[in-house]
Ligand binder design. Structure first.
Ligand SMILES: C[S@@+](CC[C@H](N)C(=O)[O-])C[C@H]1O[C@@H](n2cnc3c(N)ncnc32)[C@H](O)[C@@H]1O
Length: 297
């Protein structure tokens, strides 16, 4: 909120409404602003009633993907003064076994953030039907899993005997491989993350949506993004750099290239903001959060 500085009569977007934590804070800071809230998960509708009744003409909810942002904004006929993204899964999604996101509790292999029209493919279909190479590519590309081949091979071998239909079946297959354990994370973490990102097209969603941000922000309008893994953070970091006029390519010793792209953003957070130790203690899931912000110039 310190970065966003919500103020009266302005228009903000909470692109990942969830249970409305960010919306609540924005309204707390300025009763008189307007908020467009978006979430692809229809379960979010349970949490909008209180805002619809308290802020009748100031709160607008869309059960859509945030990549529909430009279309949504066009309906309002005005530019926005700030947008926040709190990426990934909400605690409710993660903690509900029926959604199939967690390797700690048993549930169907689903992992769709939205409804059936939002994403057609489920984790069960991928795990039981994709070939070894495609499975391995998903684990490697979206989970940065070094043992992706080994995991894919074990899945193929298991599914010849039994259809794999539950989260615990899948995590047991991965855990039985005796992969070197990171003391902080379960061996199945990366593979579950990879499946979820693939099914929900999370990286494309982010990349496509960021592209339209400079053209929908008013001057001095802010974009604030909280991401939870390096693939997303890299997309945000590179987008900010490219649009602030400088693109550092990945080779450490090369000087920065000045791109010819017009400069549209000024970076507010030179380095990402990380949670303090006290916050991680209170909320362990915040440990991998990185906040980056920029301002339209
Ligand atoms: C980390 S949670 C946000 C929690 C929220 N800030 C709160 O206070 O409750 C992320 C939310 O973004 C939604 N989401 C993720 N990707 C999305 C996308 N591409 N379009 C729309 N909603 C998305 C998820 O369904 C989830 O509810």
């Amino acid at each position: 909120m310190k970065i966003l500085e919500p103020s009266s009569k302005k228009l903000y977007v909470d692109a990942t409404f969830g249970q409305g934590g960010y919306t609540k804070e924005i309204f707390k800071n300025c009763y008189n602003c307007k908020i467009i809230a978006i979430d692809r998960d229809p379960n979010s509708k349970k949490y909008i009633k209180q805002y619809q009744s308290s802020y009748k003409t100031k709160f607008f909810f869309f059960n859509k993907r945030f990549s529909q942002l430009r279309k949504i904004i066009n309906k309002f006929g005005e530019k926005i003064d700030g947008i926040v993204f709190d990426l990934g899964l909400s605690n409710t999604q993660l903690d509900d076994p029926s959604r199939g996101f967690s390797f700690n509790s048993n549930g169907p292999l689903d992992m769709r953030m939205g409804n059936q029209n939002d994403s057609k493919i489920t984790a069960e279909k991928i795990i039981n039907e994709f070939n070894e190479k495609d499975l391995s590519d998903i684990f490697f590309k979206f989970g940065e899993e070094k043992k992706s081949f080994k995991i894919a091979r074990a899945i193929i071998s298991e599914r010849k005997k039994n259809k794999i239909t539950s989260t615990l079946q899948l995590s047991e297959i991965i855990n039985s491989l005796g992969l070197k354990k990171n003391y902080k994370i379960n061996s199945a973490t990366r593979s579950f993350q990879a499946l979820r990102i693939f099914i929900n097209e999370e990286l494309n969603e982010l990349q496509d949506t960021l592209k339209c941000i400079p053209s929908i922000l008013n001057k001095d309008g802010k974009i604030v993004v909280v991401s939870f893994h390096s693939l997303e953070d890299r997309i945000v970091k590179n987008f900010f750099k490219e649009n602030s006029g400088i693109f550092y390519n990945n080779y450490r010793n090369n000087p920065p290239n000045i791109t010819h792209k017009t400069q549209t953003l000024s970076i507010i957070t030179k380095k990402p903001l990380l949670p303090k130790f006290s916050e991680i203690k209170r909320n362990p899931r915040s440990r991998s959060a990185k906040l980056r912000a920029a301002k339209k110039i």
